[in-house]
Design a protein around this ligand. Sequence first.
Ligand SMILES: [Zn+2]
Length: 468
Amino acid sequence: MAENNNPQQVKKLDLAVRSALWLGPLKSHSKASNAKASQPDSQPGKLGQPSPLGKIKNPRGQLVDVLVARGRIVALVPAGSLDVHAAEEADARGLLLLPGLTDAHTHLREPGQEYKEDIASGLAAAAAGGFSNIMCMANTRPVNDNASVTEFMLERARRAWPGGPRLFPIGALTKGLKGQELASMADLAAAGCRAFSNDGAPVASTELLRRAMEYCQDLGRVVIDHCEDPWLAPGAGVNEGEVSSRLGLAAQPDIAEAIQAARDVLLAEYLGAPIHLAHISCEKSVAVIRAAKARKVDVTAETCPHYLTLTEDEVAGYSSLAKVNPPLRTKADVEALLDALADGTIDMLATDHAPHAAHEKEVEFDAAPCGISGLDTALSVTWELVRTGRLPFDSFLRAWTTAPCRRFGLPVNTFAPGDPADFLLFDQEAAWVVGPQTMHSKSANTPLLGRGLRGRVAAHFLAGKSIV
Ligand SMILES: [Zn+2]
């Protein structure tokens, strides 16, 4: 925390961002009233320009100044309300203020598959995409199942992006992700792993998962499980249903995910241990999570932008760019996930950024790898849900910022005094076309390729320093 939170008494402000549009609450300068900070204390509709809010649900909407010293928020105040000067001044008129986002689920491919992505390019995509913190999965080559791989990842991140985005590796649950023997989780945690997961290779053995959860709980870490019953899911990448039978593709039913989710929450309930469920894709899993939360099970869950916006129809032309695991589901699943994200049953959003080279995707559907490159497009795609009124602004903020940060112990900016000065200036109107030239990831494997999106990050400040 900053030692002095009164902006008029802070001797030296490093940065003042002027006249940004802020849709959230304003927080008091005094620490004592921070507990009530989630209550809106500003009136809506006090804009000095035509309202750009459209159908956005529950915004407060006012122009603000962001004051920063020593990398932390000093205050967020109505624009022009404090007569203070900073070493650096930035004019943010016409831009939306957002806290830096956190992505708890990416694949950065380094070490071992740098032709798809490396830590430098993955962090470039994160910076441009609005992510101040990202967590990266362990299915690298070699697997991140020992401290030397974790240390290598962190060193690469420090060299490529010394000012952030911050990288938080996720350790493997089992050696080589083989699902037979637990990895050295204490060493991995000491080296910097913030969570543990076998993501990409489901943990078939419930007994092994039990031991992993018990061990992680002792370490103060959370297991992230990729929910997929391996016996029910011989064909990944397409939902079992009308589209898969028309195309004659081996498919994965939604219950392959929901059965494993049910196992996981029952185990978490029995052990009194936390569990986080990765990339939830279907209504049946939502029902499992909702019931578990009603019983106070310590479960959190994420879904991804593609499950909120695309359906199995994307693969109807054998398009391998839409091949992802778990697969894109039905319109009813999309609606159920949106409702669950809005009401908090699904806690957070994550990209499951899974870059693959063009030549790997340009093969027959069955032979193509699963995955979508997501860091560049996630904010534009999910902001469109807010803009059209389908996702409440408060749910959007929670899903991309407070929920992942609190679950995994990462720094988070709520614009309270003393918070890390990680924030974005977002140009809601900037139109762009998704493609290799407009993406910062090495790989443009996304079903959105060639489509137009609205909204881009105009500036990204991390600990008060501009990184975009
Ligand atoms: Zn993944």
